[in-house]
Design a protein around this ligand. Sequence first.
Ligand code: PXG
Length: 290
Amino acid sequence: MSVIYVNGKFLPSEEAMISVFDHGFLYGDGVFEGIRAYSGRIFKLEEHMDRLYDSAKAIWMDIPLSKQEMMEVCAGSCRRNGIVDGYIRLVVSRGVGDLGLDPRKCDRGPTIVCIAATVEAFPEELYEKGLKVITAATRRTYGEVLAPQVKTCNYLPNIMAKIEAITAGMFEAICMSREGYVSEGSGDNVFIVKDGVIKTPHPAAGILKGVTRQTIIDLARSGNYVVEETFLNRYDLYTADEIFLTGTGAEIIPVIEIDSRIIGDGTPGPVSREMRKEYLELVRREGYQF
Ligand code: PXG
């Protein structure tokens, strides 16, 4: 049986509950992080903390714990659940309020939940075979509505894109920005390789700045690849030599088909495989020990 952190206490999972008046439930008013542990270390924990606190700030929410305390909540969740390799879901919602929108009514402060479990973003065999994806009709949210940099509990657009993928018999959907540039998948960032150059959508194209995305940019640059953060469109996807997706859950997963166009020779390309290998080596070397 797992134990789950809820507002300062570690509770058995069946006792870990939040109120029906929590604005996270009523309105999706909250922020979250998905973090991963490998070999007893939490990978890029500080980067996830920075993004969580920035997300909270952007939605006018104060998190009552320091980043260091929050890091210990994550570490404690792993320790108490005997996790060595696992997934940590940290959710900070506006808290318990009334049925109105006014966040000031949530005057007991945010609800903080931390769940440590295991994850499988995509079936294991697809990491070897590669993924078939579509581009989605659902657009990525844009800054004037809901800044894509904020990892909010409002994931309905992402889920709508995922439904498009599922109903098309695919595993993932890639969304365009309002302007029609490639932004990202429902829960992952996008990279392409063209003529030896690695390219990924510029943050201004409206993306969540993925921790894995930055890790890959750093790994690739230190391996002497040229990495461009730029603006890509569907044509660039269709004519890429390689495509791969990155995310904490997804890690690095090659794409071999998009909108019925075969990418490369229809098998995972060399750069995608190299980046995946380097990433999986790095996650076992670095991290916040627990
Ligand atoms: N874009 C979006 C929209 C995301 O939700 C990423 C990119 C990748 O970011 P990181 O920092 O993880 O490299 C995410 C990641 C899942 C899952 O089950 C993934 C995410 C959120 C919820 C679930 O795969 N987000």
